[in-house]
Design a protein. Structure first.
Lengths: 429, 221
């Protein structure tokens, strides 16, 4: 890009510092606001460890069942391990399928001669470590053999290990987990509570707990399923296979009058994030519409303000427009020049807005990322890998561009239509 | 070089209609230095703007180098202005946010030439008008005479055949005015550029090859 653009923009910004500051800060705050909304959404869907495979995971968090005797009613909630295995573990298309407790379970943990600590525990199978990519600092996950044999093994988050032992060289040592002795097999990097599926402070095989015995309505229990596809392209095949399995299971259940309702499960990451109840299928289109309306409002309000500022800036440059036209600029070139200049200013403001946004996300994590139905008392933590998503920058760039177009297109178009002689004489007509 | 045939220019508002030019027929030859004189508001500048394709006549035709400009679209007109015509205005009309050399380069930014070549051409014309030492100054740091010399450099950087000057010395004292006129005469005599100048100054008009006079939108002499 021509450096004259930058030189001239800088000169214009310096000509009227107050208006420039208001204009740049106004745009920056708009981008900040929009990016906060984007970021709130991003942390729900963007991949970060240990949920790096979010884009190719399908979730069956809940199961819904009806019975002829219940009329239109249905019972909805997490599922029993047995039905989870029957419906999902048996699938041939996916790369891996994991069954895990629907949420973290408050548990007590201790070492000999010390008090107990409350911890967030997740009950999983061995495939859980395949579906989610935890960063192991020491040791390794429990394997299929120890899972099947219900050997009490435990994987611990680094901070929990340090809290209990003061260090992390503890592989092979024992801890009391809910008053049962477990052998520590692995230490992983702490997981943010924003990793809504994989988060916990300790992970144990569900075969070593009594939670598998919590069964309701034939198929209900305490577990959910995550299906890792080889690629997103397999989603359709997986869903077809799921429906086939569902038909088989329903045939068996029909003898007792039960029927599992599909509700189009399993859901992808985005649909999972808007699942607020087990008894209704989330409407992804309605959610998109809602978001688009929010973004339009967030863009339109500052765009109207910025548009009048752009208009007033151009009014001061009216003679320049005439000069440029006199010396060979076409209307379209002038339009392009004004929009490009405005875009550079928007981009500068966008960078400032994004910095505000990141700063706010770090400093205001508790407020920003507080989750409505949190099963943990742990504060949400956030790190660069979660926030610094390439998509976030692309969104910011896109919003800057749209905001710029909305705010500069009309003033630029009007400027390009001004009669050259009038423009040279400083008249806007 | 330039032929104006039956040019009329009428400005209309809701209330009144003003005839700025009435049936102007004029032929300007290649290499001529033509001065246009007349009282304020007689239509001199309007005529110059029409000749420079900055404004359109209400009716009548303009032919430059045998090409009629009547049906030219914005893009063609812009290109025509860029290649054929250089403007020098009374109030200089430099872009205050650009330095001297960037101002001079302006017409070249609308041509497909390299930045290096553009810079070289701009430096060359600045030397010609005796301002190579002020290349990186801002217009606000120059005197009126220097500003007008920058404007002349900008007008000639693209090597146009025609220079249209609207009271080029109107805002200058006599010494600076003489300097500017000297440059214009040099461009006319040494480089053969066709110059059309609007002026109120009889002395300056006498030095040009032909003078035409306007009164109330009509050519009277």
């Amino acid at each position: 890009m021509n450096t004259k653009y930058f030189k001239q923009i800088w000169a214009h910004l310096r000509q009227d510092p107050v208006v420039s500051i208001i204009s740049v800060l106004g745009t920056a705050l708009s981008i900040f606001l929009i990016m906060l909304v984007v970021m709130l959404q991003q942390v729900k869907v963007a991949p970060f460890s240990p949920e790096s495979n979010r884009s190719r995971i399908l979730y069956a968090q809940y199961i819904s069942i009806s019975n002829k005797k219940w009329g239109d009613g249905s019972s909805n909630g997490p599922m029993d391990v047995k039905i989870a295995k029957e419906l999902y573990k048996s699938l041939k298309t996916p790369e891996a399928v994991t069954i895990y407790s629907v949420c973290t379970i408050p548990a007590v943990i201790s070492i000999p001669n010390s008090g107990t600590i409350t911890t967030d525990a997740l009950l999983t199978d061995a495939d859980f470590w395949h579906v989610f990519d935890f960063r192991f600092i020491k040791g390794k996950p429990y394997d299929q053999v120890s899972f099947d044999a219900a050997i009490p093994s435990i994987v611990m988050a680094e901070s929990m290990a340090r809290q209990l032992f003061g260090n992390i060289d503890i592989i092979g040592k024992n801890v009391e987990f809910n008053y049962t002795s477990y052998r520590i097999v692995g230490i992983v990097k702490d997981v943010s509570t924003l990793a809504s599926t994989a988060y916990a402070q300790v992970w144990v095989p569900y075969t070593t707990t009594s939670y598998i015995n919590n069964i309701w309505c034939e198929v209900g229990g305490s577990f959910s399923t995550a299906i890792l596809a080889r690629s997103r392209k397999d989603f359709s095949a997986i869903r077809t296979e799921c429906n086939q399995q569902l038909a088989i299971s329903n045939k068996k259940l029909s003898e007792k009058g039960y029927k599992i309702l599909s509700r189009n499960r399993p859901y992808d990451q985005e649909k999972k994030t808007i699942t607020y109840g087990a008894n209704i299928e989330p409407d992804i289109n309605a959610d998109h519409r809602q978001k688009i309306i929010i973004f339009i409002i967030l863009l339109l309000v500052p765009a109207i303000n910025l548009s009048s500022m752009t208009q007033s800036r151009l009014r001061r440059r009216i003679a320049e427009i005439g000069i440029r036209r006199a010396f060979g600029s076409t209307r379209s070139k002038l339009l392009k020049n004004i929009i490009t200049e405005s875009f550079i200013v928007s981009l500068l403001a966008g960078i400032i807005g994004l910095i505000f946004c990141f700063a706010f996300a770090y400093l205001g994590t508790d407020i920003l990322f507080a989750q409505p139905y949190q099963s943990t008392f742990c504060q949400p933590t956030i790190d660069t890998s979660i926030l610094m998503q390439p998509a976030t920058f692309l969104y910011a760039l896109g919003f800057c561009f749209v905001l710029n177009l909305l705010s500069s297109l009309i003033p630029a178009w009007r400027a390009s239509r001004i009669n050259i002689v009038n423009a040279l004489n400083g008249k806007i007509k | 070089m330039i032929t104006l045939t039956g040019i009329n220019k009428i400005y209309r508002t809701r209330e009144i209609e003003t005839q700025a030019l009435e049936n102007v027929n004029l032929e300007v030859n290649k290499g001529e230095f033509l001065s246009i004189m007349g009282p304020s508001g007689c239509g001199k500048s309007t005529l110059l703007n029409i000749m420079g394709l900055l404004d359109t006549p209400t009716n009548g035709t303009i032919t430059i180098n045998g090409t009629s400009t009547e049906k030219m679209k914005d893009r063609t007109l812009a290109e025509f202005r860029n290649r054929m015509i250089g403007f020098v205005f009374q109030s200089f009309h430099l872009i205050n946010s650009l330095n001297v050399i960037d101002n001079v380069e302006l017409p070249l930014t609308y041509r497909k030439i390299s930045a290096k070549e553009s810079r070289h051409l701009a430096e060359e014309v600045l030397q010609k008008v005796g301002l190579s030492h002020r290349m990186h100054h801002m217009p606000s740091e120059l005197s009126g005479g220097q500003c007008q010399r920058v404007a002349i450099a900008r007008a000639i950087v693209g090597d146009p055949e025609i220079i249209l000057a609207d009271e080029p010395t109107g805002n200058l004292d006599s010494k600076m005015g003489t300097e500017v006129m000297d440059i214009l005469h040099r461009l006319n005599k040494e480089e053969g550029r066709t110059i059309i100048m609007v002026t109120h100054n009889e002395e300056q008009a006498k030095q040009t090859s032909r003078t035409i006079r306007f009164f109330d939108g009509r050519q009277v002499e």
